[in-house]
Design a binder for this molecule. Structure first.
Ligand code: SF4
Length: 393
């Protein structure tokens, strides 16, 4: 999605061979073989606990420690007897992605570069605002899609993130922000957007599992109304997303003709604008209180003419919607230039006059390259031979 991964600006970017060598070294280290409890949905957690002979009520207790309090050490689970804590610690682990770097922007935005057990990396970005705190999480390392305005689109797909790795991004942010429900009513983290690296509807099972864990009222307890999934337009999965999760939907639209969108968001060749908007009209639970957000990046001379704005409002007629106008954030090698402020304002006024909210998104975290479309990780895909040699060690 639009907010994607990047190399931290104050670290020296690794060359592709260096990144590959680092990944091989990391992947070759001894691994903790204990099964991970993080990322298991309740019924799966109940099953593994049942597997070591624990009664059903232990599931609720341990769930509470994992997600309501953020425990990472069984010894802190003081409602469990000490021998049971020791047994759990011998049998299971509670994972977190390791934090490679944390960068704090002057505007309060925080970006974490996170490393997973196999050495692959992704970033999560926290954006504080007056009335909310939003965490942007990733669903894949790299992306199969190649949206031409997006830095991640230049990094090929390495792999899908697991449910534990998606939940793990949220847990790291909760750890750092002290934002567990036990911290009181004014939690700094109130919203989640799946707008990081990757197309979440191409990894729907893991994304759905992770979101069910995050939404569980006895754990992290973030409501579906505070979660937004952003898609480039994987039409066949949109109805299932709405029916299974009921989360808010955002669409990376960015163009008003198929010719322009074919170039900006190439998945459009498979599911063109008319099909995409038809799926939006049928999105379960859509009403004026639950509008679809259309993301629209402002690119000078490409999609920012008044005629585009008029076409846009004609296209989405009848869809409860708001339009997020995103000033383009350049990245090294990008071929686009951001529209000038007057052009953006004129575009916003046309959309507003048609009755749609059209906020211009203030770029956040630009000084740490955490703004929309600037992010990209150095994770590289191992060749088959490299993967085999790691597996053989
Ligand atoms: S290439 Fe497209 S789908 Fe992939 S992360 Fe970028 S904007 Fe999202």
């Amino acid at each position: 999605m639009l907010r994607t991964m990047s190399t931290a600006p104050d670290t020296v970017p690794a060359s592709a061979p260096e990144a590959r060598a680092e990944l091989l070294a990391f992947a070759g280290r001894p691994v903790d073989a204990r099964p991970d409890l993080l990322g298991l949905e309740r019924d799966a957690l109940a099953a593994v606990l049942d597997g070591i002979g624990l009664p059903a009520f232990r599931t609720g207790q341990i769930w509470h420690w994992l997600y309501h309090r953020g425990a990472t050490d069984f010894q802190t689970m003081t409602t469990l007897a000490k021998p049971l804590r020791a047994r759990l610690a011998e049998t299971f682990r509670i994972s977190r992605p390791s934090v490679v770097t944390r960068q704090d922007s002057i505007d309060g935005t925080i970006k974490w570069l996170l490393r997973f057990a196999d050495g692959n990396e992704a970033e999560a970005v926290f954006i504080p605002e007056e009335d909310r705190g939003t965490l942007c999480v990733s669903s894949q390392v790299g992306c199969t899609l190649t949206c031409s305005f997006c830095h991640t689109g230049t990094q090929r797909l390495v792999r899908n993130l697991t449910s534990a790795e998606i939940v793990g991004q949220v847990m790291v942010a909760l750890d750092h922000l002290g934002a567990y429900p036990t911290g009181g009513p004014n939690r700094p983290l109130t919203n989640i957007v799946l707008m990081g690296m990757g197309e979440p509807l191409y990894n729907f099972d893991n994304v759905a599992s992770a979101m069910r864990i995050i939404m569980d009222g006895e754990g992290v307890a973030l409501s579906k109304r505070r979660i937004t999934l952003s898609t480039s337009g994987v039409v066949p999965m949109m109805a299932q997303c709405g029916a299974d999760l009921g989360v808010n939907l955002a669409i990376s639209l960015h163009a008003t003709t198929d010719t322009v969108r074919d170039d900006l968001v190439p998945i459009n060749r498979k599911w063109p604008i008319a099909e995409l908007l038809d799926a939006c009209r049928r999105y379960p639970g859509l009403n004026n209180a639950r509008r679809i957000t259309f993301e629209y990046v402002m690119l000078a001379g490409v999609n920012d003419a008044p005629a585009d704005a008029r076409r846009l409002v004609a296209l989405i007629e009848g869809i409860p919607a708001k339009i997020n106008l995103i000033p383009f954030n350049p990245w090294p090698g990008s071929k686009y230039v951001c529209s000038d402020p007057d052009t953006i304002e004129r575009f916003a006024q046309i959309v507003l006059a048609a009755g749609y909210a059209s906020p211009v998104r203030t770029p956040r975290g630009r000084d740490i390259l955490a703004a929309c479309g600037q992010l990209k990780s150095e994770s590289a895909k191992l060749t088959r031979r490299e993967a085999r040699s790691v597996a053989a060690e």
